[in-house]
Design a protein around this ligand. Structure first.
Ligand code: ADP
Length: 370
């Protein structure tokens, strides 16, 4: 390399270093200026808030942000802002008015995305205040509510459509008395299904409303089982299923009599419905390690492993046609799950296709009698 080349390289390197130092100095000065825009007391107040609070600068960075804002993922300690917050701040400045929106914050491959509600208020030409709160749960609840409404309308359509068709057929052939009687019977069956569906929709809405609906009393759990078995006698007889109650103990539980009857009835009804004719359904009650343990055992169809996780979901059925033909609504097990949850208990399922299923409910046992 010639001397001229060496000199040119050295001058170039010096100029580059100088330009970089100047750039760094300007950036530092900008940051210091922006920081000085936020008085110490304001920082103290914002730092003490439970909500995320960010003072947004015009250059889409944070002049200040508190710890909850970083925890929510809308800003980083180095001042970088979530683009959603920066966009909202620009919109607020443009309108010279408060702007709010829900922002989805990605939590990477391992985390679930969260929804953060952000409200931005312009404070001056240079600063805006963004207040952020986690809205993930409310969003999820809203989504569930909407899905439920869609499912309900879909489920109601089927029996209502069937009723309309049956009525039309009767209208077309009013003189065929055999057919009229046959279709009237079908109308009665569909109406019963519709009534059951509506009752269960009301029940499930009440149960999953978030608040406790349990009317707490000390209850003889064996009495609940006896009541359910007596009520299920006709259903069992119609299918020639022998329904056996094995009450090994009479544990007391704290809870709501009507809700517990409903939950146990749903399990027993299912066990009968999804059993082969002339098989046996056993309802056993025991007490073990401080818990009342109820088992509903059938030797019926069984449930495949992939369906076992889903059958407690609302309106989930393994075989929709079979469920419909047995008068099922797809809400029975969801009601069982929510009743048990409301009683702080557990419900478990063991099942094997072709062998049968056992549903087990465990509730805390109370030793003192009333
Ligand atoms: P349904 O009104 O359809 O019976 P459930 O919520 O009570 O609704 O049950 C959901 C689904 O789980 C049923 O459609 C059925 O496919 C399955 N299931 C429930 N209990 C049993 C059982 N004891 N044996 C086999 N399958 C069952």
């Amino acid at each position: 390399m010639t001397l001229e080349t060496w000199l040119a390289l050295a001058v170039g390197a010096l100029l580059g270093a100088g330009a970089y130092a100047l750039y760094q100095w300007r950036e530092d000065r900008k940051a210091t200026q922006a920081n000085t825009l936020v008085p110490h007391r304001t920082r103290e107040v914002l730092a003490a808030l439970h909500s995320g609070a960010i003072l947004v600068r015009r250059d889409r960075r944070a002049a200040f942000s508190n710890t909850p804002a970083s925890a929510l993922g809308v800003t980083r300690p180095d001042g970088a802002l979530h683009p959603g917050v920066a966009d909202l701040a620009e919109a607020a400045w443009a309108a010279d008015a408060e702007r709010e929106d829900d922002i989805t914050v990605s939590r990477g491959v391992l985390g679930v995305d969260s929804v953060v509600h952000v409200r931005v208020t312009p404070l001056s030409d240079d600063l805006a205040l963004a207040v952020a709160n986690d809205d993930t749960e409310r969003h999820a609840a809203e989504l569930t509510r909407r899905e439920f409404a869609v499912n309900v309308s879909h489920e109601l359509k089927t029996p209502v459509g069937a009723l309309s068709l049956l009525a039309e057929t009767i209208e077309d052939s009013p003189d065929d008395s055999v057919m009229v009687r046959q279709f009237a019977k079908k109308i009665r069956k569909e109406s019963r299904r519709l009534t059951k569906l509506i009752q269960e929709i009301i029940e499930i809405s009440r149960l999953q409303g978030g608040e406790s609906v349990v009317d707490h009393h000390l209850i003889d759990f064996a009495g609940v089982v006896e009541e359910v078995c007596e009520g299920a006698d006709m259903h069992a007889e119609a299918k020639q299923v022998s329904l056996v109650a094995e009450l090994r103990q009479r544990p007391w539980v704290m809870g709501d009599h009507d809700l517990l009857v409903m939950a146990v009835r749903n399990l027993v009804d299912n066990a009968i419905s999804y059993s082969d004719d002339a098989s046996q359904v056993t309802v056993s009650l025991d007490s073990s390690e401080g818990a009342a343990v109820l088992k509903v055992i059938d030797a019926g169809l069984g449930i495949a492993p992939e369906d076992q996780e889903r059958i407690f979901e609302r309106f989930y059925r393994v075989d929709a046609a079979r469920s419909r033909s047995t008068g099922g609504t797809g809400l029975g097990l969801s009601i069982v799950k929510h009743v048990v949850l409301q009683h702080s208990g557990t419900v478990e399922l063991w099942s094997k296709p072709g062998v049968g299923s056992t549903f087990t409910i465990r509730l805390t046992e109370y030793t003192e009698e009333p």
